[in-house]
Structure formats: structure tokens, C-alpha cells
Design a protein around this ligand. Structure first.
Ligand code: SF4
Length: 136
């Protein structure tokens, strides 16, 4: 039985909207974030993706299903949108993806790992992020 049926972001049958740079954040996520509500939400999404590597994502450069629990989201827009969209577009380019591509979590996380993290390019993209020290 699916115990997360009340939250559509945790439903394995739905498409998860994920801004591209969150592929890097999820790789390093260890339970820290902007608020308790936010980190709990992000932990649930990460656990859901770990259970369902074939889940489809729509990778974007706008607010996503992680941002919805973030205190920095105002009227659907990140308060540091210029910076976070720059991260998203850099990740999309390095992963050879167009915005709004549908892709499985397994394939997207593989591209992020191989094209950015293992290639040593992560800091080229987001070294000015407040969480940078957690991702080294
Ligand atoms: S800081 Fe911006 S991009 Fe990051 S989770 Fe919050 S709203 Fe989303």
C-alpha cells in the first residue's frame, strides 16, 4: 500500500517536476536545508526517488516540486531566481538536455554524476551557493 498517496510529489505514478540543479542538491543532500518543513519534504522526495529509479521527471529551470516547501519561494518564484536559474541552465547544458525534457530519475542522476560531479565541474556551476561547503 502506498502510504504517501496524499502527496502527489511522492506518487510514483506521477511526473515529478525537478529543476535541473536539484539533481546536484539531491546527490549531496544529508538532511540540511532552509527549514525543518523543507528538509523533511526534500528527504521524502529523495527517498521516493531512491525507491523508484524509473520515475519520470520533467527537468526545468523554474520552481519545482522541491521548491514548493521552501520559505524562499514567493508567488511561485524563487527569491534568488537569477542565480538558481543560472545553475539550472548550466546543468541542462552539461547533461545535454533541453528544458522540460521528460527523463527517468535513473538516467538524469547518471548524467549529473558523470557529466558534472565525477567530471569535477560542480563548483563551476554553483560555488556561490550558500550550501557550497556541504557539497565538497
Ligand atoms: S532556494 Fe529557490 S531554488 Fe532552492 S529550493 Fe528554495 S525556492 Fe527552490
Amino acid at each position: 500500500m502506498n502510504t504517501h498517496s496524499q502527496d502527489p510529489t511522492l506518487s510514483e505514478g506521477s511526473v515529478l517536476v525537478l529543476r535541473a540543479h536539484h539533481g546536484m542538491c539531491l546527490a549531496f543532500f544529508r538532511g540540511e536545508g532552509y527549514s525543518g518543513t523543507f528538509t523533511e519534504h526534500m528527504a521524502k522526495i529523495k527517498a521516493s526517488l531512491d525507491r523508484s529509479p524509473d520515475r519520470l521527471l520533467r527537468v526545468t529551470a523554474r520552481a519545482d516540486d522541491i521548491c514548493t516547501a521552501c520559505p524562499n519561494l514567493h508567488d511561485g518564484v524563487c527569491e534568488t531566481a537569477l542565480k538558481t536559474e543560472r545553475y539550472d541552465r548550466a546543468v541542462l547544458a552539461r547533461c545535454h538536455l533541453e528544458e522540460d525534457t521528460l527523463i527517468t530519475w535513473q538516467e538524469f542522476s547518471r548524467r549529473v554524476a558523470e557529466n558534472i560531479l565525477q567530471a569535477g565541474r560542480r563548483s563551476d556551476i554553483c560555488s556561490d551557493c550558500q550550501w557550497d561547503s556541504l557539497c565538497r
